[in-house]
Write a protein that binds this ligand. Sequence first.
Ligand code: MN
Length: 421
Amino acid sequence: MTASWVDGAEPGSDFPLQNLPLGIFSDDGGGRRAGVAIGDYILDLASAAELLDEGWRGDLALPVLNAWLARGPGDHAALRARLTELLGDEANRDAVELHLVGQSEATMHLPCLIGDYTDFYVGIHHATNVGKQFRPDQPLLPNYKYVPIGYHGRASSVRVSGEPVVRPAGQHKPPEAEAPEYGPSRRLDYELELGLWIGRGNALGEPIPIGRARDHIAGFCLLNDWSARDLQAWEYQPLGPFLAKNFLTSISPWVISPEALAPFRIAMPPRADGDPAPLPYLDDADDRANGGLSIQLEVTLTTAAMRDAGLAPHVLSRGSADAAMYWSAAQIVTHHSSNGCNLQPGDLIGTGTLSTAGDDGLGSLLEISRGGKAPIELASGETRSFLEDGDEVVMRAWCERDGAVRIGLGECTGRVVAGAG
Ligand code: MN
């Protein structure tokens, strides 16, 4: 079966039969429950339970996917096969159609109860661009090509796409000022990242070997690591990001499975001449050959004035994730657990900002506006170095190549509103 009978699932859409991402939704007909995106619809897995294996129903009836994701690749493949049959074979239409809910009628929620959120920094062009602003002669610190750098973020403020972005207040100190002041951030930014969902966890004290890491990744999403650059510049030494980051992290709602992404796996970009080889615990021939993800990324911006004037969104960046990632998803997971740290089902990991080597695909305004020195000009006549109240950032991602059906990751959006203070 190659195509679905559901409206909107035609090849070229985000959610054809080849995608089948899981998510958690609610609607007038009921509370939070699991569903799978197909075309313009969601197949309600709670109401369609009798069409599914009896052994799956308990976990799929929960309002979060943690238990289902923890089952690992075997059950995930079996569900995918069954859904392909139900949504691909016209003979099942009568039995299945009554369990479809229009996506426009549904509200999406976080797919998991997120115990921990970690953000990495594997986008080497982003790390280089940002490093240059602080250290023109040594943009990358000496550990970068040995260690997948990361920090522990905050799970409580992760929200699904659409959540308003309340401008954070905090301490900031302009270089010329003698002392910091407390007030609304004036350098509010976004960061374009991919998110990884941990499926099966590991026991405390038992690292995940690189050759097994992929079995622990249950899915992918888009992630926006909203960042207050003025707060960040003042607070980050010596312990790293804190209040500049943890006021909000937005994610796209659908969990895109590794199986859906399989046709778009490619080799990791070769390391530059003179770069060290990864240490053995991070090195794996199969990961080198297939650990890259050919995912196309796009970020657009609209201001309130642009929307009022009916102007098209301004494209801030277009680029591909694969060339941006110095470390693979598997290397991220293995490194995170390499000291025995236990990952748990439903943990969320950000890759770090994904910028291309060229200027077309820069994943933050900090890079696009050169730290504010080169404001962008918009069709409305406005300029932007950082985000103003009313600005809306929309991230989109999709995969396409000859010989495969395109799939989309969906959207991750957020509109900035003034803070309370
Ligand atoms: Mn980040």
